[in-house]
Design a protein around this ligand. Structure first.
Ligand SMILES: Cc1cc2nc3c(=O)[nH]c(=O)nc-3n(C[C@H](O)[C@H](O)[C@H](O)COP(=O)(O)O)c2cc1C
Length: 331
């Protein structure tokens, strides 16, 4: 049985990767991920805000102007919000590389090219095998149109692309008018892979305290469906590698993502819930299912249910939409 796949210039033994999460803050967790057979490990992101904080602190020291620093600081997350600052984060990448053999994909998370480019080079120096860029851009001003947002995504990706030799993945949100067009533009500036998708933080409202409460809930398998649709649409229409992120909890979820067109499947919530060992459970489940259904390789399975190859392409397009709504009956 050949479970191997390629991703970001890496030949991986199988498609299961641990996605960006706090699991990499702890070396013991990283060792457990390796022991469980993770094909690659994505680092917890270095956030642009961490770099901004450090730059502000350095600037304040230079200016000896602590008041303006204190004011600037109040707009940003405090350094205590992060497990560590950028230098310690780089040290952690180096430490992980020294501890495990499994490929390490560094991750940057932000909205502009500022500051990152400097760290992108250092990430290369500390030995990361590839880089994932999570461009978390939220349009809140009506003056900014969709094209400007997409231009920014492409500009940031291009700036980082130009500053490193590492293969680059961009983790996208699903909220673009034409995802295939954006993916094509990212391909044109030399991005190797797209990760589908980022999950935006969805703040809740505390109606008693009249506060907005940022809330991070772990995913459920229902979130996979959005990924399946876009993987299926993109597979075969782009040369880019596709990585699924969001809603993969069981071996069946992994199989679906591969059939839709994923090169790799990233898992976070299921690992936080069941422990790093769950990645071994998923891998074993994938292999068992493939044996039972007489598949020889992941390659054979990949994209077999994509828009181009599935028996009913309409199911991924508008075609089925009206039919499904109109034929719905209470169960
Ligand atoms: C606690 C937690 C921390 C996360 N940290 C990051 C991060 O630093 N960078 C990032 O790009 N995504 C981060 N994510 C998002 C995950 O990488 C992943 O895209 C998302 O959880 C969907 O995958 P899942 O359904 O397997 O959880 C985080 C998710 C969780 C639950």
């Amino acid at each position: 049985m050949d479970l191997s796949t390629t991703y970001l210039g890496l030949k991986l033994p199988h498609p299961l990767i641990s996605g960006a999460s706090p699991l990499t803050d702890d070396l013991d967790m990283v060792r457990r991920l390796e022991a469980a057979g993770a094909a690659a490990i994505v680092m917890n992101s270095l956030f642009e805000e961490q770099i901004t904080l450090e730059d502000n602190a350095a600037q304040a020291q230079r200016d000896e102007n602590q008041d303006s620093f204190a004011e600037a600081q109040s707009f940003f997350p405090q350094s205590t919000d992060f497990a560590y600052g950028p230098r310690a984060w780089l040290d952690q990448v180096a430490r992980i590389k020294a501890t495990v053999k499994v490929p390490v994909i560094a991750s940057l998370n932000g909205t502009t090219a500022t500051g990152w480019v400097r760290y992108a080079r250092q990430i290369e120096e500390v030995g990361a095998d590839a880089l994932e860029l999570n461009i978390y851009l939220l349009a809140t001003r009506s003056q900014v149109d969709g094209r400007q947002i997409e231009d920014r995504v492409v500009e940031v990706a291009e700036a980082v692309r130009d500053s490193v030799h590492l293969p680059l993945a961009v983790k996208l949100s699903p909220f673009y008018s034409s995802l295939p067009n954006l993916v094509r533009r990212l391909d044109a500036v030399g991005v190797t892979a797209v990760v589908l998708f980022n999950r935006f933080l969805q703040p809740d409202i505390d109606i008693e305290r009249l506060e907005v409460a940022p809330k991070l809930v772990l995913s459920t398998p229902s979130e996979l469906l959005l990924r399946l649709r876009w993987l299926a649409i993109l597979h075969g229409r782009t040369n880019m590698e596709l990585s699924a992120s969001g809603g993969a909890h069981t071996a069946e979820d992994v199989i679906k993502a591969l059939m839709a067109g994923a090169n790799t499947v990233q898992v976070v919530s299921a690992l936080l819930k069941h422990g790093p060992e769950h990645i071994g459970v998923l891998r074993a489940g994938l292999e068992k299912w493939m044996v039972e259904h007489e598949y020889d390789s992941v390659r054979q399975m990949r994209g077999s249910m994509s828009l181009q190859r599935c028996p009913d392409p309409e199911a991924f397009e508008r075609g089925n939409y009206a039919k499904v709504l109109k034929t719905w009956r209470p169960s």
